[in-house]
Design a binder for this molecule. Structure first.
Ligand SMILES: [Fe+2]
Length: 366
C-alpha cells in the first residue's frame, strides 16, 4: 500500500493519502485547497484513481480541496452528516465503512467534541483523528458546536479503547510531530493522562485561544466542500454515489491478515540466526520500550516512523539482506514486516512472541 502524510505549512494541517498500487484506488483525508495541483500531479504520476475525499470535520482554519477534487477527478466527497455540508456526496455516519482496493477498509468512528460532526477514521492499525485527538493535545471546543465533555468522552471511550499500538495520525501538529500511538496519548497527553472529565472540561474552558483567522470564510466554504457559492457542485453528469457499508474489522484481524503474508520465526530460531550473523535486527517498539531493554545491536525503528526513517538507515540500505523485526509480543512486528516487504525488502522475518517471549526464554534483559 501507498501511505503518505502531507503537510500544509500555512495552517499546520496534515493530509493523508492512502492508495493501493495494484488496483490504483486512492483515498485522501483532509485535503487542503492550496495543494490541489500537487495532489492531482501526485495521483497522476502513480496512475492512481481518487475514490474518496474524506473530511474529519468542517475545518475553521483552512478550506478543503474536496469539491475541486470531485470536479477534476470524480472523487466522492464525504463529511459527517452533522456538519451541515449538504453538497457532500456522502453524509457520513458513525460506523460507516469505506471500502476500496481489494478488501481495504476505512472505518468511521464518531468523535464529537471539537465540533459536533468530528470524525476519526480507522484504517488497518492507523487512526486519523483530525482535531479530536492531537499529539500531546486536542482540538479546541469553543466554537462550531464544540463540547469539552463530549470531547473527553469521545477520546477516552472511543479512541483510548483502540488497541494500544494503534498509530495516531492527527489533523494538525504545531511542533513537527508526525505520529503517536494510543498508548502514548493515553499515558502522556497532558490534557488527558490521569485527568477526570471535570478537570479536562476546566482545562478546555481556560485555553483562551484567539479566534481562527479564517473561520468566517472557511466554515461556510467547507460546508460547500470548498467551492464558491455560485460554483457548480458536480462535474460528472451522472454520478453514482456508493453508500459506505457497515461491518467491523478488528485490529486482531489486521495482525492475523499480516501474518499470512510474512514469515515468522520463533525465539530459538531468531537466536540461532543472530549467532550466525549477517542479519539486521530491527526493534519496532516505541523508543521508551526500547530504552527499557532490547536485543543487543537491535536498531530502534518504531513502527510509526518506519516508512519515514527506513531510507536513512545505512544498515537497511541493502534490501536483500535478512532483517529480523520484533516488538513486544509479535503483532506490531508482523505489520512492520509486511510494510517492509511492500517497500521491497526481500527477506524480512518477524519474531513470534516478541521481546516478552525472548526474555522468558532466556530470562534476562539484553
Ligand atoms: Fe478543526
Amino acid at each position: 500500500m501507498i501511505f503518505k502524510q502531507l503537510f500544509d505549512q500555512e495552517t499546520w494541517t496534515y493530509t493523508y493519502l492512502i492508495a493501493d498500487p495494484v488496483s490504483k484506488d486512492a483515498v485522501l483525508i483532509d485535503p487542503v485547497n492550496t495543494h490541489i495541483d500537487e495532489y492531482v500531479k501526485m495521483l497522476d504520476e502513480q496512475g492512481l484513481h481518487l475514490k474518496y475525499s474524506l473530511e474529519t470535520h468542517v475545518h475553521a482554519d483552512h478550506i478543503t480541496a474536496s469539491g475541486h477534487l470531485r470536479q477534476r477527478l470524480g472523487a466522492q466527497t464525504g463529511v459527517s452528516q452533522l456538519c451541515g455540508a449538504e453538497t457532500a456526496d456522502i453524509q457520513i455516519q458513525d460506523g460507516d465503512i469505506f471500502e476500496f482496493a481489494d478488501g481495504e477498509q476505512i472505518k468511521t468512528i464518531a468523535t464529537p467534541g471539537h465540533t459536533r460532526g468530528s470524525l476519526s477514521f480507522l484504517w488497518r492499525d492507523r487512526v486519523f483523528t483530525g482535531d479530536s485527538l492531537m499529539i500531546g493535545g486536542c482540538g479546541r471546543t469553543d466554537f462550531q458546536g464544540g463540547d469539552a465533555g463530549a470531547q473527553y468522552d469521545s477520546i477516552t471511550q472511543r479512541l483510548f479503547t483502540l488497541p494500544e499500538d494503534t498509530l495516531v495520525y492527527p489533523g494538525h501538529d504545531y511542533q513537527q510531530h508526525w505520529v503517536s500511538t494510543i498508548r502514548q496519548e493515553r499515558t502522556t497527553n497532558p490534557r488527558l493522562a490521569g485527568k477526570s472529565r471535570e478537570e479536562f472540561i476546566d482545562i478546555m474552558k481556560h485555553l483562551n485561544l484567539p479566534k481562527p483567522r479564517l473561520i468566517e470564510e472557511a466554515v461556510p466554504a467547507n460546508r460547500r466542500c470548498g467551492l464558491e457559492a455560485n460554483e457548480r457542485q458536480d462535474t460528472v453528469a451522472v454520478r453514482e454515489t456508493a453508500r459506505p457499508v457497515r461491518h467491523e474489522i478488528s485490529p486482531q484481524d489486521m495482525v492475523a491478515e499480516a501474518k499470512q503474508h510474512i514469515s515468522e520465526v520463533n525465539v530459538a530460531t531468531a537466536k540461532q540466526l543472530l549467532a550466525e550473523g549477517n542479519i539486521v535486527v530491527v526493534d519496532v517498539r516505541e523508543e521508551s520500550e526500547y530504552a527499557n531493554g532490547h536485543i543487543d545491536n537491535a536498531l530502534p525503528v518504531p513502527r510509526g516512523v518506519l516508512e519515514f526513517k527506513i531510507g536513512n538507515i545505512p544498515e537497511l540500505a541493502d534490501k536483500s539482506k535478512t532483517v529480523l523485526a520484533y516488538c513486544r509480543t509479535g503483532g506490531r512486528s508482523a505489520l512492520a514486516a509486511q510494510t517492509m516487504q511492500q517497500l521491497g525488502y526481500k527477506n524480512v522475518l518477524s519474531m513470534a512472541g516478541g521481546f516478552e517471549a525472548w526474555q522468558k526464554e532466556y530470562n534476562r534483559k539484553s
